[in-house]
Design a protein around this ligand. Sequence first.
Ligand SMILES: [Zn+2]
Length: 343
Amino acid sequence: MSLRYYRNLITASQRACRLASSQRPLFSSIPIHCILPRLQPRAISTMTTSSFADTVVSAMRTLFPEVLADKAWDNTGLLLGQAQLSATKDDTPGTVLLTNDLTAAVVDEAIREKASIIVSYHPVIFRALKSLTAQDPMQAQLLRLIASGIAVYCPHTAVDAANGGLNDWLCDILVGDQPDLVAGRSVIEPITRTLPSELQGLGYGRKVQLNKPTSLAVLLKNLSAGLGNQRYMSVAVPQDSVADVNRTQSISSVAVCAGSGADMLKDSDAQLLVTGEMSHHYALRHVQLGQTVVTVFHSNSERQYLTQRMKPMLEKALGSSGKVIVSTTDRDPFEVIDVSKLA
Ligand SMILES: [Zn+2]
């Protein structure tokens, strides 16, 4: 999750809206049929047949109820529908591709794998669109997906908040093969709007209370294994050297938030804060408060959930109607390099 990032986008969008309204008279007298292109209904059927993409969307809505998404700022759900290119229903098993982010490489992969739908954890459309052109990198991918008849579903904060969702998974991997180490788990920011009774109490971020003090080194090794043997992570400790990591013992409480967790974690009293990314001044404040912060890069805190949890959950829900694959090209834009080894 990246609340601050998306809030910035919303602010930019609101500025754009004010600009647009000040320019509105320019267009007000133009008949609408002069603005809209002439539709070519020849190639696209409006028949509603239940497709594999529809089945995937339905399964996702059951596994990660959309009502859990934070609609105050997030944009989730079926963000790109699938044009009905044929009036006849295709009964061959479909393919759904899971990815953390939608990039050109992931779209290449979806086309190559003949996927009919992509589940992209992060939203592929956030700001309102007034045009859809190939000049914008994301819009260019959307145009390719439309031309290929591939839908895109984006669950984002619904997965963050769900029972057994992304943040619950982060809690699980922190204790590795010692689930008994968890004395209790609580939601950091419960959803306050009205929810169905079976979802009440759910929300964003998690705090884990351990039933015995555990060394930071053990927790970091568990975290690394759960993230796919991630070798490097950033650690901010209250002491003055990273060498103190091995001496930092007695962690009894951990707060987690996948993605950009600074806002979510800022008032947490947990001894250890785990998230994808956190800016300098937030981290500095926590260190001054005696807390330890671990960051693993934004999407690295999210991506393995797709393989370890979402894929088997979807496979069970879809049965023989299609196959679920996880992108092999999706990756965090950042990686750590050893400059001394550069040519
Ligand atoms: Zn994120």
